[in-house]
Design a protein around this ligand. Structure first.
Ligand code: PHB
Length: 360
């Protein structure tokens, strides 16, 4: 069935970018439709990262969708970098003038946004097939596409057990990277670096726990809690940017425009930053007829996109072991990690990027 409906803004995709944009526009009295290829259960249960920057938390609150996040989200004032069998805390709040991150699953954000939209009487078209964009008028559109794959992936598990530490641990280890994160006081989220060619068959639970114990252990006898594995999946690592993020009247935001490796936990946060800029530009267009903010949308967003691509790449290369790495590469990583943990200036640089640079 072909559907024709008039609206002010058509949004393709009910992920965080599409749903936050729809919400920001609704708050400003602008009408939109949201079209999504998958069904509601799929988008509400697709497990993704769970770290919200301070900037994203502020944006969700100001859009009136922060209530459950404020109740259930876990505020973290620091994180740990681990290398050489010892853990070093980066005090995010202290280094950034009071800013922090909130651990709250991306699919929880998506659920809150869907509920708010439906409660407001607005629709989301799920399971839409064959979505096409027609008549995007522009004389000489260019789309530049950069893609950079990494020679490793992450095997992630969700385990029914309380987190083994109250904050995140990013661990560098000669066997490869590992990450300790969480979803709630009862659910731990853990990752180990694996090969991009690995399948889940190669990673029975016992092997995952064995690697996690090896990579996350410290010399002071700390122990990792085990528990039933309730979810297991492999995440590939990629970086890409589409430049410009606009094609005629089509504006790209979130994963449609860029993907970052998960090491900086930036995917959702970058999507939120894009649509904040886009919502302001659309509001101006509908209120005053002025299009200058829309015209500068791509350039404005790309400044942040490239900063975040760089931060994510930097965290990734500092913490992972690439297949051809030798002792020299390993020593360079350790030198960088020691510097980040030993220098207030270097730690501040990590912290301000991690909690999120101010929105423009
Ligand atoms: C997660 O909790 O899933 C998570 C946390 C931090 C990351 C990536 C993923 O950098």
């Amino acid at each position: 069935m072909t559907n024709e409906q008039r609206t002010q803004v058509a949004i393709i995709g009910a992920g965080p970018a599409g749903l936050i944009l729809a919400r920001l526009l609704a708050c400003a009295g602008i009408d939109s439709i949201v079209i999504e290829r998958r069904d509601r259960a799929y988008v509400e249960h697709r497990l993704r990262a769970g770290v919200l920057e301070q900037t994203t938390v502020d944006l969700l609150r100001s859009a009136g969708v922060g209530e459950r996040m404020d109740r259930e989200g876990l505020v973290h004032e620091g994180l740990y970098l681990q290398f050489d069998g010892a853990r070093h805390r980066i005090p995010l709040r202290e280094l950034t003038g009071g800013r922090a991150i909130t651990v709250y699953g991306q699919h929880e954000v998506v659920k809150d946004l869907i509920a708010a939209r439906l409660a407001g009487g607005d629709e989301i078209v799920f399971e839409a097939d064959d979505v096409r964009v027609i008549d995007i008028d522009r004389d000489h559109p260019t789309i530049r596409f950069n893609i950079d794959g990494y020679p490793f992936a992450w095997l992630g598990i969700l385990a029914q057990t309380p987190p083994s530490l109250d904050e995140l641990i990013y661990a560098h280890h000669e066997r490869g990277f590992a990450l300790h994160s969480m979803r709630s006081p009862e659910l731990t989220r853990l990752y180990v670096q694996c090969s991009p060619d690995d399948t889940l068959d190669a990673w029975p639970d016992e092997r995952v726990w064995e690697e996690l114990h090896l990579r996350l252990s410290t010399r002071d006898g700390w122990t990792l809690h085990e528990g039933p594995v309730v979810e297991k999946s492999i995440t590939q690592m990629r970086s890409y940017v589409v430049e410009p993020m606009q094609y005629g009247r089509l504006f790209l935001a979130g994963d449609a425009a860029h993907v970052v490796p998960p090491t900086g936990a930036k995917g959702l946060n970058l999507a939120a930053a894009d649509v904040k800029v886009l919502a302001e530009a659309l509001v101006e267009r509908y209120r005053t007829g002025r299009t200058d903010l829309l015209e500068s949308y791509s350039a404005t967003c790309l400044r942040r996109v490239w900063r975040v691509e760089h931060f994510s790449w930097w965290m990734t290369t500092m913490l992972h072991r690439a297949p051809g790495d030798d002792a020299f590469d390993h020593r360079l990583q350790l030198a960088q990690l020691r510097y980040v943990c030993g220098s207030r200036a270097a730690a501040t640089s990590l912290a301000e990027n991690y909690v999120g640079l101010e929105h423009v």
